[in-house]
Design a binder for this molecule. Sequence first.
Ligand SMILES: NC(=O)c1ccc[n+]([C@@H]2O[C@H](COP(=O)([O-])OP(=O)(O)OC[C@H]3O[C@@H](n4cnc5c(N)ncnc54)[C@H](O)[C@@H]3O)[C@@H](O)[C@H]2O)c1
Ligand SMILES: [Zn+2]
Length: 369
Amino acid sequence: MKTLHVELSEDGQNGDRNYPIYIGQGLLTQPKLIEPYVEGTQVLIVSNDVVAPLYLDKVKKTFSAYDVKIVILPDGEQYKNLEVLNTIFDALLDAKFDRTCTLVALGGGVVGDMTGFAAASYQRGVNFIQIPTTLLAQVDSSVGGKTGVNHPKGKNMIGAFHQPLCVIADSDTLNTLEDNQLSAGIAEVIKYGLIRDMDFTKWLEKNMHKLLARDAEALSYAIEVSCRCKAKIVAEDEKEKGVRALLNLGHTFGHAIETSAGYGNWLHGEAVATGMLMAADLSMRIGNLSQKDVERVDNLLDMAMLPTRAPHHMDYDHYMELMAIDKKTRAGKINLILFKKLGDAMLTNDFDQNLLHETIDAHRAIDGK
Ligand SMILES: NC(=O)c1ccc[n+]([C@@H]2O[C@H](COP(=O)([O-])OP(=O)(O)OC[C@H]3O[C@@H](n4cnc5c(N)ncnc54)[C@H](O)[C@@H]3O)[C@@H](O)[C@H]2O)c1
Ligand SMILES: [Zn+2]
């Protein structure tokens, strides 16, 4: 097992907020791992109807020393909303859970984001443990403290920052993941390399087949490097005033694709993959990347079985409308994460809109994903 530490500055209220990420195999069944993080006796495990049949029994046993209640959410991004969130509050209130209770998220990013937001807001904030079971959740959404739900007018528009007490990333859980979900997680892994780690990008180019074959050692290594990268960036900039924005490489385009296609039709990581290639393409048009660099990004995404063309119906005006609501848009100017060079990203709004138009036209699929 590997242990990484997310080092956060003290915020004056909560004192020491550093927390560990445990990465390895067989971690779901180790009560000793979670013991230090459960304050009282009340534990609410939140999962969904796909993950619960696979792993809930194991996790329940691990928490058997406590008074455990369970909430099973319906599976899917389309249920990441305030109405479904309320069922978690209903369960907490029905069980009369107090401020010492601990919420445990067992599932992918949807369960993690919703449970985290419930933990952030129930009685103004209670304890929270993340047990991410998708690659995307293990390398991205479980690290960094962003929690929330979608609004019909925009993804993740309602939320809060709330850090977990610990994260338990058991790579064994990835063996039951659908292939396209694994690839979607790899999109975020590729992102870390592209924004600031060329060595890791080269490692991915050599080892992509191992990740797709679910080689435990390769997966653990990729999870570790990714979490370390994210933890470092979050430590530098917890509230996204600067460097943390780089983690949004491909995400402004990606969120537009997800929203336009309807939640659930494009996986988050798939949309981000297409968005990253669009960012690379625009970076080439402004003179920062070569054609060869862009092909390299395209090939890496291709190796990971990820889509790189957006739905054909998405034209320039459509993107502009959808990107205007993006959190990175300030004072009407669209901020994008582009490349200074490969392995080195930057936040900028200093580009010719005509070039953005060309990029969008170049990435409309002829016949779907
Ligand atoms: N908080 C953040 O910083 C952050 C960062 C990135 C993404 N996100 C959010 O994360 C969400 C995407 O997360 P996701 O990709 O994990 O999606 P998800 O939670 O929908 O999980 C994907 C699918 O895999 C299933 N699943 C989960 N674990 C499984 C397992 N071990 N075996 C078999 N099936 C399993 C799920 O039930 C679901 O059907 C989005 O809502 C996105 O906004 C948040
Ligand atoms: Zn993402």
